[in-house]
Design a protein. Structure first.
Length: 314
């Protein structure tokens, strides 16, 4: 029997709904999951592919339909005097593998690990990322505190030693000849980060952006999520690394914004008609062109619509 802590840790992560996809996913979707022909593959494993998206920047596109070792997407950013790894993934082995890849690709052990938010599929492997007390862990205060409260297996000392980003202003991380901008945002949770590499036109979005997968609204504030994604879109970044799913460009982010808008419209219509979130979720269908995203339990449609209904009613 699960304790309350274990239940929260599991159901508040994205793993809770990804598990529903594996058996039902069409073969075409599964074959196309890792197709990123415009980027060279730097490393491949059963759980995903690490691709080079710019000079000194690599993105991990995880394949949760096959293997949950990493589960979420992440990446590596290298500069002359530092190497940052994005996310700590769902398992210690996944985090260790990513640290090994950073060492192999750059010739240096990572100096920093950056967490986009607290959900366990992005943080449960933190003991592997911070092995030996090597890299500095960068996180927001809320993310650190929520990991302490809800995620099992993360050593207390790792969180005690983490560098907490101050306030709501962006923080510039200097890696020698490259600056990485850590931008506090809200929407997927109350404390999200986007990790932006301006000189490479690459943005690691955490779970604020999804591609090819219906997003998890378990901790979402829907209006904030919609606003943040629009702000991120206005930057015109060349490559967006979503929290889950294939890499995205501006057109893919536009499609995602259309999906977010369709969920809001469904919630407003449900309120006008006096429907429950479950009823509206059962009736909901994805926008034209996104039919390939229909790989999820209808409960997640209800969750998203319900989050909007709660906010609109408040």
């Amino acid at each position: 029997m699960l304790t309350r802590r274990e239940f929260i840790g599991r159901t508040s992560s994205c793993a809770a709904h990804i598990g529903l996809m594996a058996a039902a996913s069409p073969a075409l979707i599964r074959r196309g999951w890792l197709a990123q022909e415009r980027f060279p593959v730097a490393a491949s494993a059963p759980w995903g592919r690490l691709v080079r998206v710019a000079d000194g920047v690599w993105a991990l596109v995880s394949d949760p339909l096959q293997d949950r070792t990493t589960l979420c997407n992440g990446g590596i950013i290298a500069g002359r005097s530092g190497v940052a790894v994005i996310e700590s993934f769902s398992t210690v082995r996944g985090a260790e593998w990513m640290m090994e890849q950073a060492l192999d690709l750059t010739g240096r052990f990572p100096t920093h690990v950056i967490l986009s938010h607290y959900h366990s599929d992005h943080t449960a492997g933190l003991a592997g990322s911070a092995a030996g007390g090597g890299p500095v862990v960068l996180t927001t205060e809320q993310t650190r505190d929520l990991i302490r409260e809800r995620i099992d297996g993360v050593p207390a000392q790792v969180l005690d030693d983490a560098v907490v980003l101050v306030g709501r202003r962006p923080t510039e991380l200097e890696l020698g000849d490259r600056s990485v901008i850590l931008v506090p945002r809200r929407g997927h949770t109350e404390s999200d980060l986007s990790i932006e590499v301006p000189d490479a036109s690459v943005m690691f979005c955490g779970d604020l952006v999804w591609n090819g997968m219906f997003p998890n609204y378990v901790d979402a504030t829907p209006s904030r999520l919609s606003r943040e994604v629009r702000v991120m879109r206005l930057l015109g970044t060349t490559t967006y690394v979503p929290g889950h799913g294939p890499l995205a460009d501006v057109a893919a982010v536009d499609r995602y914004i259309g999906l977010l808008d369709s969920v809001e419209a469904a919630a407003r219509a449900a309120l006008e008609r006096g429907m429950s979130a479950d009823e509206a979720g059962a009736e909901y269908s994805l926008p034209t062109g996104l039919e390939g995203w229909t790989l999820f339990s209808p409960n997640y449609f209800s969750r998203a619509i319900g989050a909007w209904m709660t906010e609109l009613q408040a």
